[in-house]
Ligand binder design. Structure first.
Ligand code: NAP
Length: 339
């Protein structure tokens, strides 16, 4: 029995059914993506790029590539969108819902990689790794100095996890192994985290007031846009560190630049930016900011697994099977309004 996608509906009777055209929002990456996309190309008519969008029934997209109503309008046959990411804030979901387009994403497989990168950022900021590296390279290392680059010790420090889902929980687990005290903020309680000794903060403000390190793991939604602004930054402890591996617009970046310039919070470690890849004026010049180019899931193992999941989701959706990881879509507006 074939597990391939159902043929294009307009295939002539008796003819070899046309394979559905699948486009991609960027040229196909190689490396760990090559195997999964080669398998996809056996099942569909894969046309990397957007040139064949007018014929496309499927679309593979990546974070940072907007898939909005205008793009969907150029693809009248589109039935399925697979993003190679867990976040789907770059896809205009109401437009997909209105057309009945299935959207899939890749949760879970990138949790460990992103949690590990969160710790890399946390340690880099807490222990002044970038300043130390620069000092050595620039010839400023004069031998052991008992007062050089004294940092924040994570053991015994309080981590505030904002958004205790898959990645936030994985960061909390790692923090416990470092001997940190963990507070979390989520809309729903997380009994599994509490069983491990983590405590739910009574409010976001309470978490910000108590944490030595605040780590953001909420999705970008209308509710989380600028969740951390000037008011929230001012609540943070003077020596605290803000880590963002979620999405840039969760933080008001201009307010963050101003706060860091004043030294409160003491440091920020960022993987994502409000207007990626552009940086807010002044951010790159701040010595108390650690800046990475959106590397959260960037390990070869994880990228291969993300590609495999995206390909499986797209093939399921094109074949009319319910994909394992469909993005919940908002209710589509009724096509026949009663009034
Ligand atoms: P997830 O399992 O859905 O976790 C997100 C959590 O945020 C949910 O458990 C949700 O819990 C909480 N949340 C949602 N809205 C909230 C709000 N308004 N206030 C407080 N908490 C809220 O997602 P995940 O797999 O952990 O991924 C999280 C995000 O990380 C993704 O959406 C993506 O944007 C980002 N990410 C970035 C990278 C990178 O490369 N830097 C890599 C992977 C993921 P409640 O519903 O209980 O509130």
């Amino acid at each position: 029995m074939s597990h391939g996608p159902s043929p294009a509906p307009d295939a002539a009777p008796g003819s070899e059914p046309a394979r559905p055209v699948v486009c991609t929002t960027r040229p196909l990456p190689g490396g760990p993506f090559a195997g999964p996309f080669a398998r996809l190309a056996q099942e569909v008519d894969l046309r990397p790029g957007l040139e064949a969008l007018a014929e496309a029934e499927g679309l593979v997209c990546f974070p940072g590539d907007p898939v909005d109503a205008a793009l969907m309008a150029r693809a009248p046959r589109l039935r399925a969108i697979a993003t190679v990411s867990v976040g789907y804030d770059h896809i205009e979901l109401p437009a997909a819902a209105a057309r009945g387009i299935v959207v899939t994403h890749t949760p879970g497989v990138l949790t460990a990689a992103t949690a590990e990168l969160t710790f890399a950022l946390m340690l880099a900021a807490a222990r002044h790794l970038l300043a130390g590296d620069r000092l050595v390279r620039e010839g400023g290392f004069r031998g052991f100095d008992p007062e050089l680059l004294l940092g924040l010790e994570l053991e015994g420090a309080c981590l505030g996890v904002v958004g205790a889902g898959r990645i936030g929980s994985a960061v909390a687990e790692r923090a416990l192994a470092f001997g940190m005290r963990v507070l979390y903020h989520s809309r729903r309680p997380r009994p599994a985290l509490e069983a491990r000794g983590c405590a739910r903060a009574p409010s976001l403000a309470a978490l910000l007031e108590q944490a030595d390190v605040v780590s953001l793991h909420v999705p970008l939604t209308a509710e989380t846009y600028h969740l951390i602004g000037a008011r929230e930054l001012a609540l943070m402890r003077p020596h605290a560190i803000l880590v963002n591996t979620a999405r840039g617009p969760v933080v008001d970046e201009a307010a963050l630049v101003e706060a860091l310039a004043r030294g409160r919070p003491a440091a920020a470690a960022l993987d994502v930016y409000e207007r990626e890849p552009a940086l807010s004026p002044g951010l790159a010049a701040l010595p108390n900011a650690v800046l990475l180019p959106h590397l959260g899931s960037a390990t070869a193992r994880t990228r291969r697994r993300m590609a495999e999941l995206a390909v499986a989701g797209l093939l399921d959706a094109l074949a009319g099977r319910p994909p394992d990881h469909a993005v919940p879509l908002p209710d589509a507006p009724s096509a026949h309004p009663s009034s």
